[in-house]
Design a protein around this ligand. Structure first.
Ligand SMILES: NC(=O)c1ccc[n+]([C@@H]2O[C@H](COP(=O)([O-])OP(=O)(O)OC[C@H]3O[C@@H](n4cnc5c(N)ncnc54)[C@H](O)[C@@H]3O)[C@@H](O)[C@H]2O)c1
Length: 455
């Protein structure tokens, strides 16, 4: 694969040629083609949505449900991508929808239709005939209902993370995507971050040898945000009062699933989980919340630090952690270990067997010139200028629109959405049984055995 600023990255035609060459029961996604041009020989069930291309769109008409902090942030990314048109917006707070609508008209697009008549108004929005995909950035409990309504109305669906918090909802999303033939994407932006794509490229080139172990996490001190009287403070504290486990597994797990070829020759088999006692929210409230606040009626039951171990069908092991209630610097762990080397993030550093200088790590930047992902070479500069979270949000929005315009399969599908979200209910179930192992369902119905590189 050509690399370096002087080389042209793989063109779309190259990617499609690679996909065509590997024509079998399943099409090959652009990401497969980058990673493993020879993939795809296992027959999948006829119902599968794996590898199914989007129909081609000249313009992609997007509706957004939930125009709070994240919805408006992704709206800003979409407005910067060629070919994305925002036709409708929905929020239970009319002022938030109006703020988002102004962003659309300020960008020179026609005023979108607004739906602000309550929690179920998205059901009217999805009936419009000028929408190709509905993206939702609502609070967690609304992700599944919005995606289901969109697909039932003949639209593709895209959701913020996690897409579901029960196995029943995961299955309903899979079944509905297969039945309606509409894609259901979980927009895991961290898959597109610079280091994650660089490391995925190095993994696929075999630099770390066979990958045996990975670490993934969401470790982010959200205590003050969780107690605010606006935005996420209005809903994100609730699960800490009535559930336990890893509420937010996907930012760490999505990129690791790409490293490990999950659903391209492997899948998650089972997990075991442990939580510490809860102290963080209780102590923060004691120090910061006035005694007459109704927040004092709450009791927090989610352990502060949740650690799970995931085993894959091919025996690989993943450490998966979650902590949002203790003082800490931000960390997604983002680490892989193989038979030839190690990558660890925060800060990014690499050790490859036999490298000059002995057993010390080298900064990951050492590998940028040779292994930067083609997508970052192609649109990294504009991503950095326009995009939130260091550019990964722009790349995520860009790829969703690009796949829909060019009629390729998406970078991730409903099976990824379900499997990456499943650790919440599975960790909760494991905790309830004294850390007993909990099996992941095979959401792909066997299609995961399609080999990726090295499988
Ligand atoms: N991928 C990322 O990096 C990232 C970053 C931040 C948040 N998120 C996710 O995005 C989602 C939204 O988070 P946020 O920070 O924007 O929260 P937020 O509270 O700022 O926004 C949620 C919005 O949804 C609206 N809403 C609530 N119920 C609704 C309904 N039934 N119909 C329509 N609108 C409804 C609210 O009024 C609010 O405007 C969450 O799932 C969160 O986990 C992802």
């Amino acid at each position: 694969m050509p690399h370096g600023p002087a080389d042209a990255p793989l063109s779309r035609r190259d990617l499609l040629k690679a996909a065509g060459a590997a024509s079998a029961a399943l099409a090959v996604t652009p990401r497969d083609a980058l990673a493993s041009p020879a993939a795809a020989t296992v027959t999948a069930p006829a119902t599968t949505m794996m590898g199914v291309p989007f129909e081609r769109h000249e313009k992609v008409r997007v509706a957004i449900v939930g125009t709070g902090l994240r919805g408006r942030s992704v709206l800003g990314e979409l407005l910067a991508v060629d070919g994305a048109v925002i036709t409708a917006l929905c929020d239970i707070v009319p002022e938030k929808a109006a703020r988002a609508a102004k962003m659309v008209t300020d960008a020179g697009q026609p005023a979108p239709a607004l739906y602000t008549a309550g929690e179920r108004d998205f059901e009217k929005l999805v009936q419009r005939d000028d929408i190709d995909i509905v993206y939702t950035a609502t609070p967690w409990p609304w992700h599944t209902p919005v995606c289901l309504a969109a697909m039932h109305a003949g639209k593709h669906a895209a959701s913020e993370v996690p897409i579901a918090s029960s196995l029943k909802d995961c299955w309903e999303l899979v079944n509905t995507s297969e039945k309606t033939r509409k894609h259901c994407l979980m927009m895991e932006n961290c898959c597109y971050d610079f280091n994650e794509m660089l490391i995925d490229t190095m993994v696929k080139k075999g630099l770390f040898g066979e990958i045996l172990y990975a670490e993934a996490a969401y470790i982010h001190d959200l205590r003050s945000i969780l107690f605010e009287d606006r935005d996420e403070g209005l809903w994100r504290r609730k699960p800490h009062t009535n559930r336990d486990g890893n509420f937010y597994p996907t930012h760490g797990l999505g990129p690791v699933a790409w490293y490990l070829d999950i659903h391209k020759g492997d899948r998650f088999d089972f997990l075991v989980s442990m939580s510490t006692p809860e102290r963080g929210l209780t102590e923060w409230r004691e120090a910061n919340v006035p005694k007459d606040s109704p927040k004092w009626e709450e009791r927090y039951i989610a352990g502060d630090f949740n650690s799970s171990l995931v085993k894959t069908m091919r025996g690989k092991t993943i450490l998966l952690q979650h902590n949002v209630t203790l003082p800490t610097p931000y960390d997604r762990l983002n680490s892989v270990r193989g038979t030839k080397g190690v990558f660890k993030d925060y800060p990014g550093r690499v050790y490859l067997e036999g490298q000059p200088g002995g057993h010390g790590f080298k900064p990951v930047d050492t590998y940028k010139a040779e292994h930067t992902h083609p997508l970052w070479l192609r649109v990294g500069e504009i991503a950095r200028q326009k995009g939130g979270h260091g550019g990964m949000d722009y790349l995520m929005a860009f790829r969703m629109i690009e796949c829909m315009r060019e009629g390729t399969p998406p970078d991730f599908d409903v099976y990824d959405a379900a499997a990456w979200s499943a650790p919440w209910p599975l960790s909760e179930a494991s905790l309830a049984k004294n850390s007993a192992p909990m099996k992941f369902p095979d959401f792909t119905r066997g299609a995961w055995q399609r080999p990726g590189k090295g499988a």
